[in-house]
Design a protein around this ligand. Structure first.
Ligand code: GTP
Ligand code: SPV
Ligand code: MN
Length: 600
């Protein structure tokens, strides 16, 4: 037994006062037992065993349906190390407050101890955590999202270090809900929530907030990115990582199915949410997905939008906050392939019969309802997903939801410009976090809620990674969500995004030129394959250009966002901003419109 575990566990038992301690060994028998107990307690509902074998539905409390950014804290010694984008409280103060909340809170309940491994066994990328929880739902989810039990304790050995993760459901009191990170102690403490990213501490807490800080110290990157392999008809595969904010299309892009006009192309999923990235011996960047499952957005998942995700969630899946079709005991959500059920239980547990819900405009499934499914069940899983070396990246893509400003795709001039493009990303907020939806906010590298240290230092770290890599990937920006004056998306998205990926790879292999504009290289229209796509000339022109006036306004917003960083904002980023502004001032026409401009 690892001594560090024994002493930590002793301390935690005393604090939490559980009736019992149950070690999760990862065996099928033990997990089956926990599932049965949860079912008997009504914590999960077994779904139709023929249509959805080993699948369950779980409903969370109504006030506990998304990440809570305003209750998430980075508790390092100095506030300046947390930076202007993180909530901060001094560690001693936060520990004291939380100890009060945790005191005896597991009275009458067992404490589960979940050792978990993130990343392939025997990989320099991998990290180990141990999560304590009183929630069987958390145990079952962790067993899908990570490699739990023996594989983790074996990797840990008698002396290994691990991240100490503590979660207690407590009273689900939103006023006392806290998600706290103590980077100096390799510790996460979460209390009074039972939802997703707040409580599966492997995910955003370890693999992004703490790992980003470890990565800065150890010279690697922990990013909110999907990883995919794009296979061409000749059989070669190029890997791409893409950072989009929460609920902005990572899972969908990672599992893309090419349109019929592109026979022989195939997308392989390495990961859909998190990438750990290191410089390889060859000077390229190599990426690993530290997770073993998907915690994906359910609404709009269908045969039309994401058949691979749909196939992945037919068995061994936990659904959270979706609706339940009472006629055949199957899950349902808005945008599913089947019509709205006549007799249905909504995500809150309200029963609607004989079609009576059809007069209501509240959704049956929560907009942030999710599925937890193992990557092993994904038909497009990459053979490389557990490669201990990771996969080499040809391109990094940033993107967000921008109804107006950003064009469909553009390429950064070079690495440093790409870091500026990432640092100035913005996106409309979604239901993945509590708070208003649809408001544009700046979200550098899709990491605003997940960077575990001062974001100014994070930009420096990104710039340094480009220096360390002699063959860094090219950097791009995409926007699947640009809207026309009618308020409708100009781009069909989903499978059609392959057309943009192909342009990106053609740029990476220097097959085609592009137009230099103030914001980056824009595609020549003829270089994006639009075969068989029903799109008007006006729409494509609109997609491949940017309105100068709104971009100038965006520059002002970028400046405002950077202000609180003060001295921490790297000079390179400030210079890139000034340079872009200068070029925009000189632009007499909208960026990209008219298709004039220098070629490269
Ligand atoms: P997180 O799991 O929160 O990190 O989200 P994600 O980035 O993986 O987003 P996901 O792929 O689950 O997509 C979120 C929502 O955007 C879903 O409702 C999708 O159907 C929708 N979406 C994804 N890709 C596209 C696209 O290309 N076009 C349009 N219009 N919608 C899309
Ligand atoms: C996200 O919000 O980016 C997610 C879902 O992937 S959660 O695990 O809740 O953070
Ligand atoms: Mn995410």
């Amino acid at each position: 037994m690892n001594e560090k575990i024994t002493s930590w566990l002793g301390e935690m038992r005393e604090l939490l006062a559980p009736t019992d301690v149950i070690w999760i060994d990862g065996s099928d028998e033990q997990l089956a037992e926990i599932r049965e107990e949860s079912e008997n307690n009504g914590e999960i509902i077994r779904l139709n065993s023929e249509k959805y074998p080993n699948c369950y539905l779980h409903r969370t409390a109504e006030n506990d349906v998304a990440r809570v950014e305003d209750r998430t804290f980075i508790c390092c010694e100095n506030q300046s190390d947390a930076g202007p984008t993180n909530n901060w409280v001094a560690p001693a103060e936060m520990y004291e407050k939380l100890r009060g909340l945790y005191k005896n809170c597991m009275n009458g309940k067992p404490l589960y101890v979940i050792p978990f491994l993130m990343g392939p066994p025997d990989s320099r990328f991998s990290k180990i955590g141990i999560q304590l929880t009183d929630s069987r739902y958390v145990v079952l989810n962790m067993a899908i999202m990570t490699q739990v039990g023996k594989v983790a304790t074996d990797a840990l050995g008698a002396n290994g270090d691990f991240v100490k993760c503590l979660h207690a459901t407590a009273d689900l009191d939103p006023e006392n809900r806290y998600i706290c990170h103590f980077p100096q102690d390799n510790t996460v403490w979460s209390i009074n929530s039972a939802y997703g990213g707040n409580v599966l501490l492997s995910k955003k807490c370890l693999a992004l907030r703490l790992a980003s800080d470890m990565g800065r110290r150890e010279g690697w990157l922990a990013e909110h990115m999907l990883i995919l392999g794009l296979e061409s008809p000749s059989g070669d595969v190029h890997y791409v990582a893409a950072a989009f904010p929460s609920a902005c299309g990572k899972t969908n892009l990672a599992m893309l199915i090419p349109p019929v006009q592109f026979p022989g192309y195939k997308v392989w999923t390495v990961g859909d949410d998190i990438a750990w990235i290191r410089v390889g011996a060859d000077g390229r960047l190599w990426a690993v997905n530290p997770e073993a499952g998907f915690f994906g957005v359910a609404p709009l998942t269908s045969k039309k939008t994401n058949p691979n995700a749909l196939a992945s969630i037919q068995k061994n899946t936990i659904f959270t906050n979706v609706a339940l079709n009472m006629d055949d005991n199957t899950p349902w959500w808005e945008g599913a392939d089947t019509p709205e059920p006549e007799n249905v239980v909504d995500w809150r547990g309200n029963v609607w019969q004989n079609g009576e819900h059809k007069n209501s405009d509240t959704p049956l499934a929560h907009p942030n309802s999710r599925f937890t499914a193992p990557i092993s069940g994904c038909p497009c899983r990459s053979t490389e997903w557990a490669n201990p070396e990771g996969v080499p990246l040809s391109a990094i893509i940033f993107g967000g939801r921008r109804a107006k400003t950003a064009p469909l795709v553009y390429e950064a001039f070079d690495w440093n410009h790409g870091v500026y493009v990432g640092a100035t990303m913005a996106s409309e907020t979604t239901a993945a976090a509590s708070g208003a939806v649809g408001v544009v906010r700046r979200d550098p590298m899709a990491m605003l809620p997940f960077c575990g240290y001062n974001m100014g230092d994070y930009f420096v770290h990104w710039l340094n990674m480009g220096e360390k890599a002699s063959q860094p990937p090219k950097i791009f920006h995409v926007n699947w969500f640009k809207k026309g004056d009618d308020g409708k998306f100009l781009w069909r998205g989903f499978g059609e995004n392959l057309r943009v990926l192909l342009w990106i790879l053609d740029r990476c292999t220097n097959k085609i030129g592009a137009r230099k504009s103030a914001i980056g290289f824009l595609p020549n229209k003829e270089d994006i394959n639009l075969d068989g796509l029903d799109i008007t000339e006006t729409a494509i022109n609109e997609l491949l250009s940017a309105d100068v006036q709104s971009w100038r306004e965006d520059i002002a917003a970028q400046r405002k966002f950077f202000e609180p960083f003060g001295e921490k904002l790297p000079r390179e980023i400030a210079e890139q901003l000034n340079e872009t502004e200068k070029m925009l001032i000189n632009s007499t026409e909208n960026v990209g419109v008219g298709f004039s401009g220098e070629y490269s």
